[in-house]
Design a protein around this ligand. Structure first.
Ligand SMILES: Cc1ncc(COP(=O)(O)O)c(C=O)c1O
Length: 397
C-alpha cells in the first residue's frame, strides 16, 4: 500500500529568514564532528545492478548504519546540539571562547558543572543523546514507549543512561520528558520543537547537514549536484529539513527533486500537505509501523516549513515495502554491495521500489525524475538496530 501527494506550496526559491531562523547561519558543524572520537565520513555505495533493474540511471546510498559505531545518523544531531548548548552556557559565564576542543576538555566541563540531559525517543535519538552524555561524563534520562524493542532499550542502557518506559506513543514521551525536565531542572535534548523550545531542535537539524556536506566533492560538485532526486525519510522531520536547507542554500531552484517518505500509519507530513492550509496536521494513522524511528504523529513545527517549502512530493509506504527494501539491500543483485539496513533505514529504498515498480504509481512516476538517466540518492539512516526482527525479515525460514 502507498499514498502520495504533490505539494502545491513548494517553491523554487524558498527562504527561511528572521530571528527564528538565526540558527541557519551556523557553519561549524563538519569541523565539530571531525573533532569527535571515531569520526569518519560514512561511505557512499553505488547499486548499478539495482538501478538497471529499476530502470533508473544511478542509485547511490549514503550508508549511515556505520556512523560512530551506533548504527544510525542521529549522533550528528545530538552531539552538535549538546555542544552548542554548552557553548552558549559558557558564553553566559566566561570570557574565553568554547570550541570543539573545550567540548572534550574535562577541565572546561568541570567549570560548567553537571547536567542531566533528557530526551524522548523510539530508539536512535535517545541512544545518540546517551552516547554524547557518556562522552562528556554527564547523565542522561531517556523516555521510550513501553512497547519499544528490547534491544533498542538495552543499547541505551549500555551507554549508561536511565530509561523510563511509558505506555503510549512517542508524542506522549515527548510531553512527559518536557514536564519532568521542568520539574527536575534537567536539560531536554529533543529533536522535535514545541512552543518555547526551538534552539536545540534547530542545532540538531544543523548537525544532520554534515551528511550532505560529506558528499561535496564526492557526489556533488560546487555548482551542480550529482543527484536528480533525493529521497529522505521523515519522523518529526529534522533530517528531511536538513536536506531541504542544505540543497536549497547550495543549489536554489536547481536543487534535486526532494522526495519525502513516511510510514502509512504515521504519515503526518503527507496528511499536512494533502489536507492542510500551510499548517502542520497530525497523522490519522495509529503509529504502529515497524519503521519505529518514523513513528511520529505530529510534524516538528520547526521542521515543517522546510518540508512545506522545498519538497515537491510526499509518499507514505506500508511496512511491506520497508521489508522488501531491507531484503533487497541484504541480497543485492550481481556485484552491488550488501548493505545492512533496519526498518526505518530502508525507507528511502522502500519508496524507490514502490515508485519504480508499483503499477498504481505509474502516472506519479512519470512526473518525477525517475527515468533511465536519473541519478537517485538514498540514505540508509539505520543498520540492524533490532537484530531479531532484522534476521526474521532478511532470512525468513
Ligand atoms: C533510522 C531513522 N531514520 C530516519 C529518522 C527520521 O528523522 P527525523 O525524526 O529527524 O525526521 C529517524 C528518527 O529517529 C531514525 O531513527
Amino acid at each position: 500500500m502507498c499514498e502520495t501527494a504533490f505539494n502545491e506550496l513548494c517553491r523554487s526559491r524558498p527562504e527561511w529568514t528572521g530571528e527564528e531562523y538565526a540558527f541557519l547561519s551556523d557553519r561549524d558543524m563538519l569541523e565539530f564532528h571531525r573533532s569527535l572520537p571515531g569520526y569518519e565520513p560514512t561511505p557512499l555505495r553505488s547499486l548499478p545492478a539495482l538501478a538497471a533493474r529499476l530502470g533508473v540511471g544511478e542509485i547511490h546510498v549514503k550508508d549511515e548504519s556505520v556512523r560512530f559505531g551506533i548504527k544510525a545518523f542521529k549522533a550528528l544531531g545530538a552531539s552538535y546540539a549538546m555542544y552548542r548548548f554548552l557553548q552558549k552556557r559558557w558564553a553566559d559565564l566566561f570570557a574565553e571562547s568554547f570550541d570543539p576542543a573545550s567540548f572534550r576538555d574535562p577541565a572546561a566541563l568541570e567549570k560548567l558543572g553537571l547536567f542531566t540531559f533528557c530526551a524522548a525517543t523510539d530508539g536512535n535519538h535517545g541512544r545518540a543523546v546517551a552516547w554524547t552524555a557518556r562522552l562528556l561524563g554527564q547523565k542522561a534520562v531517556i523516555y521510550m514507549p513501553a512497547d519499544s524493542v528490547a534491544a533498542r532499550v538495552e543499547n541505551i542502557r549500555a551507554e549508561g543512561a536511565e530509561v523510563v518506559l511509558l505506555e503510549g506513543t512517542f508524542d506522549r514521551c515527548v510531553e512527559r520528558c518536557a514536564a519532568d525536565a521542568a520539574h527536575n531542572g534537567w536539560q531536554v535534548v529533543s529533536d522535535t520543537a514545541y512552543p518555547g523550545y526551538r534552539d536545540i531542535p534547530g542545532w540538531i537539524l544543523m548537525g544532520y547537514t554534515t551528511i550532505f556536506a560529506e558528499l561535496e566533492g564526492l557526489l556533488h560538485g560546487p555548482m551542480k549536484t550529482g543527484a536528480d532526486a533525493v529521497i529522505l525519510p521523515a519522523g518529526v522531520g529534522g533530517l528531511a529539513a536538513a536536506g531541504a536547507f542544505f540543497y536549497s542554500r547550495l543549489y536554489g531552484p536547481k536543487r534535486p527533486c526532494l522526495i519525502c517518505v513516511e510510514p502509512l500509519s504515521s504519515d503526518c507530513f503527507l496528511e499536512s500537505v494533502r489536507h492542510g492550509k500551510g499548517e502542520p496536521l497530525p497523522t490519522r494513522g495509529n503509529q504502529t509501523s515497524i519503521m519505529a524511528g518514523l513513528n511520529c504523529g505530529i510534524p516538528s513545527p520547526l521542521a515543517w516549513p522546510f518540508l512545506r517549502d522545498a519538497f515537491p512530493f510526499f509518499l507514505a509506504v506500508g511496512d511491506e515495502w520497508a521489508e522488501r527494501a531491507m531484503r533487497q539491500y541484504y541480497r543485492p543483485l550481481k556485484d552491488d554491495p550488501r548493505i545492512i539496513s533496519g526498518e526505518s533505514g530502508s525507507s528511502g529504498l522502500a519508496a524507490l521500489l514502490a515508485l519504480a515498480t508499483s503499477e498504481k504509481l505509474a502516472e506519479v512516476r512519470g512526473q518525477l525524475p525517475l527515468g533511465p538517466d536519473s541519478r537517485i540518492l538514498l540514505l540508509n539512516t539505520e543498520g540492524d538496530t533490532d537484530p531479531e526482527n532484522f534476521r526474521k525479515v532478511v532470512e525468513p525460514s
